[in-house]
Design a protein around this ligand. Structure first.
Ligand code: SF4
Ligand code: SF4
Length: 376
C-alpha cells in the first residue's frame, strides 16, 4: 500500500478544468472540489504543464482544506523547454510555489517513453526526487508513461525504486497495438508497482461511444452513463491505486460520484458487458496498422505514418474530428514527424509493411480528412 491507509479509487484529474471566458472558472472548481471531498474522495492530480491548474489547486483546495485531508500529485515535464538540470528542478519549485502545497504526496516524472525517458536520466532527476523525499518535500515518487510494454519493463528494471506508475488504461485500448493498455498493465503488475490509471475514457471519447456500443450499455442498464462503464472497468482491475477522471464540470463530477461512491467491483455480467463493447469497437473496420514502425525506418520524408493511422482510426471509431486531429498533432508533429500531406508517394514504406496496407492511399485520405496543407 502506498499511503498509510487505503484511499478511495476515484481521482480528480485537473487537466481539463471548466472555463468561463477562456479562464478557469474557479468558483465551479471549488464546488466540484467540495462535492468530491464530501463524497469521501481525496486524490487530486495536477501537473506543472497544465496551464492554470496548479494555481486553481491552491485556491480551491489548499486554501480551503487541511493539508493532511487529501493527497496531491503533480508532475515534472523535464523534456519541455529544459536545457539544464536547474531548468528541470525549477519546475518543482514552481509547482511548490503555485500550489502552496508545502509537499507533494506523489511527484511524477511526466510522460516517460521514447526520447523523453533519457532526459530524466541525463538531468539526474531520479536522484533529485530521492533527495526531496528524504527532505519530506515529496512523499512518494513515480512516473507516468506512454510507450511500449518492453520500454516500461526497461525503465522499471533500471529504476526499481519508483513507487508507482501511471498508465493509460481503458477498455478500448486494452488490446490496441498503438497503446497496449493490457501489456503495460501486466508489466507494472509483474514489477509489483501500484498503478494509477489515466485516460480511462480515452480523453473523453468513451463518454460518447459509437451507437452500437451505446446500445450494449443501454441494454445492460439504461440509467447509467457510458462513462461509468469506462471508469468502473479501470477501477475493477487489481493493483489499482486510483483512477483519474479529468472532470470538466459539476455534471461530470456528479456522474462520476454517483457510481464510484459505492463501487466495490464488477459482477461477472458487468465484465461481460464491457467485453461485448470492446468486441463491437474492435469490429469497426480500421486501418490494420500495428505501429511496428518498419515504414518509419525507410521513409525518406519522415512521415508520421503510424501516428496518422492511429488518428484516422480514432475518427472512424468515434466520429470525432477534433479528437482525431488532436491525436494526429501529438503523435505526428509532437514526435518531430511530418504530416501525411508531405508524402512523395515513393512507395518504399509499402515494400516493408507486414500488414500490406496501401499506405499512400490511406495517407492521402488522412491528409484530406485533417485538412492538411502541403509545404512549399
Ligand atoms: S510513400 Fe510516402 S510515406 Fe511511404 S516512404 Fe514514401 S514518402 Fe514515406
Ligand atoms: S509498417 Fe505498416 S503496420 Fe507497421 S507501422 Fe507502418 S503502416 Fe503500420
Amino acid at each position: 500500500m502506498l499511503f498509510e491507509k487505503e484511499i478511495r479509487k476515484l481521482g480528480f484529474g485537473l487537466m481539463r478544468l471548466p472555463k468561463k471566458d477562456n479562464v478557469i472558472d474557479i468558483e465551479q472548481v471549488k464546488e466540484m472540489t467540495d462535492r468530491f471531498m464530501e463524497a469521501g474522495f481525496t486524490y487530486f492530480d495536477t501537473a506543472w504543464a497544465y496551464e492554470g491548474s496548479e494555481e486553481a489547486v491552491r485556491q480551491a483546495l489548499m486554501e480551503r482544506y487541511p493539508r493532511e485531508s487529501f493527497q496531491l500529485a503533480t508532475k515534472n515535464a523535464a523534456w519541455i523547454q529544459c536545457k539544464t538540470r536547474e531548468d528541470a528542478i525549477a519546475q518543482f519549485e514552481t509547482s511548490l510555489a503555485k500550489t502552496g502545497a508545502g509537499y507533494f504526496d506523489c511527484y511524477l516524472l511526466h510522460n516517460l517513453g521514447e526520447h523523453r525517458t533519457r532526459v530524466f536520466d541525463d538531468f539526474k532527476l531520479w536522484d533529485f526526487v530521492k533527495e526531496k523525499k528524504a527532505e519530506g518535500k515529496i512523499r512518494h515518487y513515480g512516473f507516468s508513461f506512454h510507450s511500449t510494454p518492453e520500454e516500461l519493463d526497461q525503465i522499471l528494471t533500471a529504476h526499481p525504486d519508483a513507487e508507482f506508475v501511471q498508465l493509460q488504461i481503458n477498455y478500448a485500448d486494452w488490446e490496441n497495438p498503438a497503446i497496449q493498455s493490457r501489456g503495460v498493465y501486466e508489466v507494472a503488475r509483474k514489477h509489483g508497482k501500484p498503478v494509477i490509471i489515466m485516460e480511462p475514457l480515452k480523453g473523453g471519447l468513451l463518454a460518447n461511444p459509437p451507437a452500437a456500443v451505446m446500445e450494449i450499455f443501454n441494454a445492460a442498464d439504461p440509467s447509467i452513463s457510458a462513462a461509468s462503464w469506462g471508469i468502473r472497468f479501470a477501477a475493477d482491475l487489481e493493483g489499482i491505486l486510483v483512477v483519474l477522471s479529468g472532470m470538466s464540470d459539476l455534471a461530470q463530477m456528479e456522474d462520476n460520484l454517483s457510481y464510484m461512491k459505492d463501487f466495490t467491483g464488477f459482477t461477472k455480467e458487468q465484465k461481460g458487458v464491457v467485453e461485448k463493447a470492446r468486441t463491437v469497437l474492435s469490429g469497426i473496420p480500421l486501418i490494420p496498422c500495428t505501429t511496428c514502425n518498419y515504414c518509419a525506418k525507410v521513409c525518406p520524408k519522415n512521415i508520421g505514418i503510424s501516428g496518422t493511422f492511429t488518428a484516422s482510426n480514432i475518427y472512424t471509431q468515434f466520429n470525432n474530428l477534433d479528437a482525431a486531429k488532436h491525436q494526429e498533432g501529438w503523435l505526428v508533429g509532437g514526435h518531430g514527424q511530418k504530416q501525411a500531406v508531405q508524402c512523395i508517394k515513393c512507395g518504399k514504406c509499402e515494400e516493408v509493411c507486414p500488414q500490406h496496407i496501401k499506405i499512400r492511399d490511406e495517407l492521402e485520405k488522412a491528409a484530406a480528412l485533417f485538412g492538411q496543407q502541403k509545404e512549399d
